[in-house]
Design a protein around this ligand. Structure first.
Ligand code: NAI
Length: 296
């Protein structure tokens, strides 16, 4: 199956951590990329951040200056969804909430061209459920990137019950053309990675609540001795506790309250406090001005 041609327009809806990363990768691959966000300055900030990243890559000799300029010029903020009408692929990276995602795709269905692929970057919500209210649920697919998107090769291409096989195959080929290593997965709770990651976080949170060790100690053991790329607490801080708590809740609910997936009170409290991790400067650790030390 062929990937979407480079001249196809890609729209990214939601310009937070994931949307910015997806936009960067799509622009680097040669697409015109439109970024939309309901927060007024989010898309502009994302574009500025991507251009700063390109400039760093040029400084390090990992990207040509002309290539960086061209990729930067391919990024455009749009002020309304209507401006995404000519997109061949829309990737949604908004808040992890079923009703919000359904509302967005229902609106997009009335705007985009007939063969536009609608992709959701959801971490855990059923792709089947997101697609259910659409007139054409067969064109909705999961395109689940990992954080940070430019560095993480894996993309889960998730088919819901109604997803057309060609749509999944084109999405898979497009992820490959963007330099990623995609895998096909079915719309099962948490898909593959977020499902097996739940016990990694849950047991670590239990260890912390039982005062077996502090976050830095548990992180160091799992990272430096256990062979994981990141310890559980630094990884949760990177993901964002709002996102990670939503994922835990959604897997728990999807398995009808299976105690294996019970969310942690500590996650709930971090969200209550607004200590969402790196993006707010505080989670299990504190961030900013070179500080990185345990906060809870
Ligand atoms: P974020 O909070 O950094 O960004 C979300 C953005 O969406 C915000 O800028 C917000 O203003 C915007 N937004 C919210 N509702 C909107 C709407 N209706 N229309 C347009 N924009 C809207 O969140 P993040 O981390 O980028 O996550 C986005 C999605 O990606 C979620 O579904 C999350 O589960 C998923 N995801 C997150 C990962 C992570 O490690 N943070 C990893 C993989 C997937």
């Amino acid at each position: 199956m062929e990937a979407l041609p480079k001249q196809s327009i890609v729209a990214v809806i939601g310009s937070g951590a994931m949307g910015a990363g997806i936009a960067q990768v799509a622009a680097s691959a040669g697409h015109q990329v439109l970024l939309f966000d309901t927060r007024p300055d989010a898309a502009d900030k994302a574009i500025a951040g991507i251009k700063a990243t390109y400039a760093k890559l040029v400084d390090k000799g990992r990207m040509g200056a002309a290539e960086a300029d061209l990729a930067g010029e391919r990024l455009t903020r749009i002020g309304s969804l209507q401006e995404a009408s000519q997109a061949a692929l829309v990737v949604e990276a908004i808040v992890e909430n079923l009703d919000a995602k359904r509302a967005l795709f229902t609106e997009l269905e009335g705007i985009v061209v007939e063969d536009c692929i609608l992709a959701t970057n959801t971490s855990s919500i059923s792709v089947t459920a997101i697609a259910a209210p659409l007139r054409h649920p067969e064109r909705l697919v999961g395109m689940h990137f990992f954080n940070p998107v430019p560095l993480m090769a894996l993309v889960e291409v998730i088919s819901g019950i109604a997803t057309d096989k060609t749509v999944a195959d084109v999405t898979y080929a497009t992820a490959q053309a963007w330099g990623k290593n995609p895998v096909h997965a079915k719309s099962t709770p948490g898909f593959i990675v977020n499902r097996v990651a739940r016990p990694y976080y849950a047991e670590s949170l239990r260890l912390l609540l039982e005062q077996a060790g502090d976050p830095a100690t548990i992180d160091a053991i799992l990272r430096d001795c256990g062979g994981f790329r990141m310890g559980p607490f630094e990884l949760m801080d990177l993901i964002g506790h709002d996102v990670n708590f939503s994922v835990t809740n959604s897997v728990y609910d999807a398995y009808f309250g299976d105690p294996r997936f019970t969310p942690s009170i500590l996650q709930q409290e971090l969200v209550n406090a607004g200590f969402l991790g790196r993006k707010t400067g505080r989670g299990f650790y504190r961030y900013g001005e070179g500080v990185e030390k345990p906060a809870v």
